[in-house]
Design a protein around this ligand. Structure first.
Ligand SMILES: Cc1cc2nc3c(=O)[nH]c(=O)nc-3n(C[C@H](O)[C@H](O)[C@H](O)COP(=O)(O)OP(=O)(O)OC[C@H]3O[C@@H](n4cnc5c(N)ncnc54)[C@H](O)[C@@H]3O)c2cc1C
Length: 478
């Protein structure tokens, strides 16, 4: 059942009857049943060190990045960015009109809010920026450079928010628990800034090596990407937005063949592959939650100008923040605004009043109501907060004594077993010469695993690595 469960799990909420009616039964083997055998011992060694993220459990993020949920619209990102009474301004990746869900989008949004604020502020005004992530620091830098008195208020004891670089003696390279990549590098991109900061970054080959559970290397079939493209094209022509899951059913994906093709991989497996290694990874959401109108297309997710930051992503903020006044470990719990000022209450009970403020807390935090707004936010803001989705992507970094794998590919994926949790891996060996692997888990699996302890989390990751350690490794498909 492994390879058939995905449609049912990813299309939860749809009529199972409709699905089971569509899915032809996979021929079951006849003859003498094979006697059960003890599973072979794992060929994946225990790592020497492990670091992981749990973004859905993080009270100051409550998810990894925003996504276009069913019935949400890009206009709602704009609605949320709308200043209130020229006193309260908003920024963050979820409000980016050009690159939501990215560092670049977050920075651009912070700069946009800061420019809107400086347009109306008097010289010398006091401004609070809530949140010291990419958006908050970009905004604060611009405000300070414009001569305003800026105070950044940050709940954590560090800069960066979802940019979280860990450097310690156990790890020979900086570990990124948040972003690693510069997406869509090139014009207006961050790569030149990293170069200017002397932070190493490299072109990242986005052509993945795909392996079956048996470790057989198999060329990626376009069947899955084609099925998603067909579903999105169907959804685009509908009068109302519908989920990607429903669009997949409507365009016949539920009837994709389950018959084993090359190396035992069926067409249905290739759809699962597309969803697990690309579509869901990009949004961090289930197909039933994703907008059929605005979900990322396979073409958009297959960008080939991606770069990976190797020398520490957080360096990007350090210089901008160097002379800024940042109040750490200070959780804002209430934001009250009037026509003349903004008053903030902190978790400690302290209060302060400023002329204006920029709120850059993540969409997940806005959804959770931990910050009380007085008066309540306007309807359009609340509508946007409720409608936009917050997806989940988590990472595990594993450091091994020496490589147990035999491939030089930088990007690994697996096809044919939807019970594996980590379907995408980055091999740091060709990039840094260090035997370090970075695994990615997204959507529902990430939410479930986030609750587990480190041992369970690591075991799930090591099991997902079996195809790269199998005796059949690097066997090309016939
Ligand atoms: C695992 C993962 C991988 C990613 N990979 C990439 C990638 O490769 N490339 C890419 O471009 N993007 C990537 N992203 C997305 C990128 O990290 C975010 O879009 C970006 O960092 C968001 O910046 P921000 O300033 O909007 O929010 P944040 O960085 O979340 O900043 C908001 C700040 O507000 C603070 N805060 C929250 N609540 C309060 C409160 N009540 N009071 C005071 N402060 C508060 C938070 O602590 C935080 O510091 C990834 C994200 C994750 C989680």
């Amino acid at each position: 059942m492994e390879r058939r469960t995905f449609l049912i799990s990813s299309l939860t909420g749809l009529s199972l009857l409709a699905l089971t009616g569509c899915v032809p039964p996979k021929p079951s083997p006849t003859g003498t049943p094979t006697p059960s055998t003890t599973p072979a011992p794992s060929l994946v060694p225990q790592p020497q060190d492990m670091l992981r993220s749990s973004w859905s459990d993080d009270p100051f993020a409550r998810g990894s990045y925003s996504f276009a949920a069913v019935s949400s619209t890009p206009q709602q990102r704009e609605d949320l960015a709308e200043p209130i009474l020229e006193r309260l301004f908003f920024a963050g990746e979820a409000l980016s009109d050009t690159a939501p869900g990215t560092v670049q989008g977050a920075r651009g949004s912070g700069q946009r809010a800061a420019r809107a604020l400086t347009d109306v502020a008097e010289p010398g005004e006091r401004v609070a920026v809530i949140g010291a992530g990419a958006a908050g620091i970009a905004a604060a830098r611009l405000l300070a450079d414009a001569g305003l008195t800026v105070l950044v208020i940050e709940a954590r004891d560090r800069l960066g928010g979802r940019i979280h670089t860990v450097t310690n003696d156990s790890w020979p390279i900086p570990v990124e628990l948040g972003p690693s990549f510069i997406v869509a590098s090139g014009a207006h991109s961050l790569d030149e800034e990293f170069t200017g900061l002397e932070v190493s970054h490299a072109a990242f080959p986005t052509d993945p090596e795909a392996r079956t559970p048996e470790g057989i290397v198999i060329p990626v079939s376009p069947v899955g990407a084609d099925a998603v493209s067909a579903a999105l094209a169907w959804a685009a022509a509908e009068a109302q937005d519908t989920s990607l899951a429903k669009a997949l059913v409507a365009t016949g994906s539920a009837t994709l063949s389950l018959t084993d093709g090359d190396a035992g991989v069926s067409d249905a497996d290739w759809l699962d592959y597309q969803l697990a290694t690309s579509t869901t990874l990009e949004s961090g959401a289930l197909t039933e939650e994703m907008s059929g109108w605005y979900a990322p297309t396979p073409e958009a997710t297959a960008a080939d100008d991606t770069r990976i930051v190797l020398g520490g992503y957080s360096t990007l903020l350090d210089e901008d923040a160097a002379d800024l006044d940042v109040l750490y470990s200070s959780v804002v719990t209430r934001v009250a605004h009037s026509e003349t000022s903004v008053s903030l209450r902190l978790g400690t009970g302290e209060s302060l009043t400023v002329d204006r403020a920029i709120v850059t807390v993540p969409l997940g935090v806005l959804k959770s109501d931990v910050i009380e707004f007085d008066p309540p936010l306007p309807f359009a803001h609340r509508g946007a907060i409720a409608a936009l989705g917050m997806g989940v992507l988590d990472k595990i970094w594993l450091r091994f004594e020496e490589p147990f794998w035999d491939t030089d590919a930088a990007l690994w994926t697996t096809v044919g077993d939807d019970t594996l949790d980590f379907r995408v891996w980055v091999n740091m060996m060709p990039l840094t010469n260090e035997p370090i692997l970075v695994g990615f888990v997204s959507g529902e699996k990430a939410v479930e695993l986030a609750k587990s302890d480190d041992t369970t989390f690591t075991d799930a990751a090591l099991r997902s690595l079996e195809p790269f350690a199998s005796v059949a490794t690097a066997t090309p498909a016939p």
